[in-house]
Design a protein around this ligand. Structure first.
Ligand SMILES: Cc1cc2nc3c(=O)[nH]c(=O)nc-3n(C[C@H](O)[C@H](O)[C@H](O)COP(=O)(O)O)c2cc1C
Length: 184
């Protein structure tokens, strides 16, 4: 089973990328996780879209379609989805003449890390709503909200907090089961 893990932050030392890497290491047996970024995705415009799919979008889209499930590492900016992630999401939500986007009818899971005590809860809710608009089958629970991320990772980006470790492992196991269930 293959999972594409999309990091919603462009920051070099991103906690959300570190979180996804930890998730990859905690994936259940038989699940392979590829962590990717959204670097190089241009600002969406329907005019630009008419000119063709930008390379970075095409690559993400192909990887998303080839995966059995998609996992988001969702940061939070100003109580919501950061612009770069929403922008990449909007590109991926377009059908480009095909019957399916990477989201329609597809298993999706979300986790996120932020500096505040809210642990991206507000941004994750917004992302859930946008995924619903695209017909994604987003796993309802367990949820992972990593609050005060600055206390949960070491300087090298390793997840050092045991309860977070356990919560991430639990989500990954549940996501494997969610994917299996939806494959029927
Ligand atoms: C413009 C901006 C707005 C932010 N707003 C929030 C916020 O609403 N809630 C929050 O928990 N953290 C907020 N933060 C702090 C982020 O949690 C922090 O920058 C975090 O490191 C971003 O995730 P990353 O490490 O994956 O890049 C904000 C940061 C920026 C730059």
């Amino acid at each position: 089973m293959r999972v594409l893990a999309i990091c919603g932050s462009l920051r070099k030392g991103s906690y959300n990328r570190s979180l996804l890497r930890a998730a990859a290491g905690l994936a259940p047996a038989g699940m392979e996780v590829e962590v990717v970024g959204i670097e190089g995705v241009p600002l969406f415009s329907e005019d630009l879209e008419k000119e063709g799919m930008p390379e970075a979008v095409a690559e993400l889209r192909l990887k998303g379609k080839a995966a059995d499930g998609i996992l988001f590492g969702c940061p939070e900016y100003n109580y919501g989805i950061p612009g770069p992630l929403k922008n990449a999401f909007d590109w991926l939500s377009r059908s480009h003449g095909e019957p399916r986007t990477p989201f329609l009818g597809r298993p999706v899971a979300i986790m996120g890390a932020s500096l505040s005590m809210m642990g991206t809860a507000r941004a994750q809710l917004q992302l859930r709503q946008s995924l619903q608009a695209c017909g994604a089958l987003t796993m309802p629970s367990p949820e992972v909200y990593v609050m005060r991320a600055q206390d949960k990772f070491d300087a090298g980006g390793q997840l050092t907090d045991k309860p977070t470790h356990e919560a991430v492992a639990k989500l990954m196991t549940a996501f494997g089961a969610w994917i299996d269930k939806l494959k029927g």
